[in-house]
Design a binder for this molecule. Structure first.
Ligand code: DAT
Length: 182
C-alpha cells in the first residue's frame, strides 16, 4: 500500500464516523458540514429515533425520549456494514465498537455551552445535567472506555473558526482513509 493514510478493518469501502459530545457542543452543525464536504450520509440518531419510534418512553426529569438502544442498533446495522456514515448522537457506549473508524468528541467551554443551551430553552435539571456532563467530560470518558485510544479524537468547538478547522481536518482524514486490504 502506498502513501500515508488511515486504514480501517471493518471491510467497508468508506469509513464510518461517530460524532458525539454533550448537547449543544455542535454535533449536528459539524456533521452537516462534514457530510456535505465528503458526501457521507449524516445519521442524526435523535431524529431517527423519533421518525421510527425507537424509544421506550419519555423521561420527565430530563425532558427527553428514553431511546431503545437495541432497536437503534438493529436499525443501523446494514448501513454501518456498508460504511460511509456520520453518526450524530450524545451517547456512544451502546454501539458496537467495530462500527467506527473514528470517534470524534466535541468539547465546548462551559460559559459558551451554557449560553447555547439557555438560548435553546434548556432550564432546570435538563440544563444543569448537560452542563455537569460537559464539566465532568462524561462523553469523552465514555468514548475512551468504549473505543480504542487511537480512534477517539477530542475537538474543541467554541467558535466558528473551530467549526471550519474541524471540518477541514476531518475532510482530510476521510479523503486519506483506505479500507484495509485495498
Ligand atoms: P448539538 O448537535 O451538539 O446539540 P448543534 O450543532 O445543534 O449542537 O449546535 C448548537 C448551537 O450552537 C447551534 O446554534 C449552532 C451553534 N454552534 C455549534 N458549534 C458552534 C461553534 N463551533 N461555533 C459557534 N457556534 C456553534
Amino acid at each position: 500500500m502506498e502513501g500515508g493514510g488511515n486504514y480501517g478493518w471493518g471491510g467497508r469501502e468508506r469509513p464510518n464516523i461517530l460524532v458525539t459530545g454533550t448537547p449543544g457542543t455542535g454535533k449536528t452543525t459539524t456533521c452537516s458540514l462534514l457530510a456535505d464536504a465528503v458526501h457521507l450520509h449524516h445519521i442524526d440518531i435523535a431524529k431517527l429515533v423519533k421518525a421510527k419510534n425507537l424509544y421506550d418512553g419519555w423521561d420527565e426529569e430530563f425532558e427527553c425520549l428514553i431511546i431503545n438502544e437495541e432497536q437503534v442498533c438493529d436499525e443501523l446495522e446494514d448501513m454501518m456494514e456498508v460504511g460511509g456514515n456520520i453518526v450524530d448522537y450524545h451517547g456512544c457506549d451502546f454501539f458496537p465498537e467495530n462500527w467506527f473508524d473514528r470517534v470524534v468528541v466535541l468539547q465546548t467551554n462551559i460559559t459558551i455551552l451554557h449560553d447555547r443551551l439557555t438560548s435553546r430553552g434548556y432550564m432546570g435539571p435538563k440544563l444543569t445535567n448537560n452542563i455537569d456532563c460537559e464539566i465532568f467530560q462524561v462523553l469523552y470518558e465514555e468514548a475512551r472506555s468504549s473505543y480504542a485510544e487511537d480512534v477517539v479524537l477530542a475537538l474543541t468547538s467554541n467558535h466558528i473558526e473551530d467549526l471550519s478547522d474541524n471540518v477541514r481536518m476531518l475532510t482530510e482524514w476521510v479523503n486519506n482513509w483506505r479500507s484495509a486490504g485495498s
